[in-house]
Design a protein around this ligand. Sequence first.
Ligand SMILES: N=CN[C@@H](CCC(=O)O)C(=O)O
Ligand SMILES: [Zn+2]
Length: 415
Amino acid sequence: MTDLDAVVHGASELVVGPAESGRDVETVADGAVAVVDGTVAAVGPTDEVTREYPPANADRAVDAAGRAVLPGFVDPHTHGLFAGDRSDEFAAKLRGTSYQDILAEGGGILRTVRAVRAADEATLLSNLLGHLDTMLAHGTTTVEVKSGYGLDAETELRMLRVIDRADEAHPVDVVPTFMGAHAVPEGRDADDYVEEVVQEQLPAVESQGVAEFCDVFCEEGVFSVAQSRRVLEAGAKAGLTPKVHAEELAHIGGTQLAAEVGATSADHLLHATEADIDALVEAGVTPVLLPGTAFGLGAEYADAQAFLDAGAPVAVATDFNPNCHSHSVGFAMALSCVVMRMTPAEALVAGTRNAALALDRADGRGTLCEGAPGDLLVLDAPTHVHVPYQYGTNVVDTVLTDGRLVAEGGSTTYQ
Ligand SMILES: N=CN[C@@H](CCC(=O)O)C(=O)O
Ligand SMILES: [Zn+2]
């Protein structure tokens, strides 16, 4: 027996997914979508879809009433599990203190590490679930969450366990990434710590089966290309797919490394060169741009146009973390348009289908094509353009995951 979970109909604009060019979106006017057993069963004009799937027969019928319907947002880069408060660093950065200075003085990531080590599992879980609620109300239906605020086997595993429990408990689909190589712990030598990650942390993560990706902060003054390669190759042997934080604060070669190790994504890329971009495209690595981070740091932005012109499937993410406290993919899309000069359609594809590529999801996620997960949004606006156009406003009204209503009017509704 199949179950007609939901029929959403009467959309002024139903965004199915990227158009063939990859730089535009395919839309249906007066569109509808039917979700059966958690999966999109039909999309098309309202009269056709509702003839086959009458709203009266659905567990949930939603009259979009002239508003836009989009695929749920996918956020492929966050450090969304943390404890403590770093708002004072925001103020210090505004007065001119650099991110690196804060880190060198034991602040930044290292400060969050101290707070996370001191937090119990229940506190961490409650923190993460709270952030997931906010993300969901802003339209995120799939999110990647990294460990990396433990920097020892015990705390890294605690973080990954919490990420797994949050995935079980929450309607947002949570993708776990191990990032033991997020910073060098205080008082430790980087080479020595890399060996701890490889010989102690990775085997523990592998034995618990609690992570899908392995990420590393390949950055001047953090982990060199050689150290990052060591971690990513050991991660791959442990069954974890590589991801790389590359060329964020300086250009040191993380992008070429991402291409060499066949990473799923290379992220940040503020200082990537033309040769780097070509290498990523050649190797099929998805570039993930994080304009919210550049915004918060007052830094230069990645050259989105160069990536788009090279034919790269540009993805955007929030990089939600204590240094970039934005839960909103819509805000990242607004910055993508206003600052990186992407079109609203390019920004939407970047925050949906391409973001799913950055998480190796080949199940149609980030689109509303037949067979895709029934994760979708009804905006309080007539077209997708309103997501970046109404920057600073949450234009997401209704959220369904797997065809189930989970948020409405800015609040979650699941139990
Ligand atoms: N750059 C490294 N990691 C994070 C920042 C984490 C933090 O400052 O706590 C990022 O991607 O922006
Ligand atoms: Zn990051």
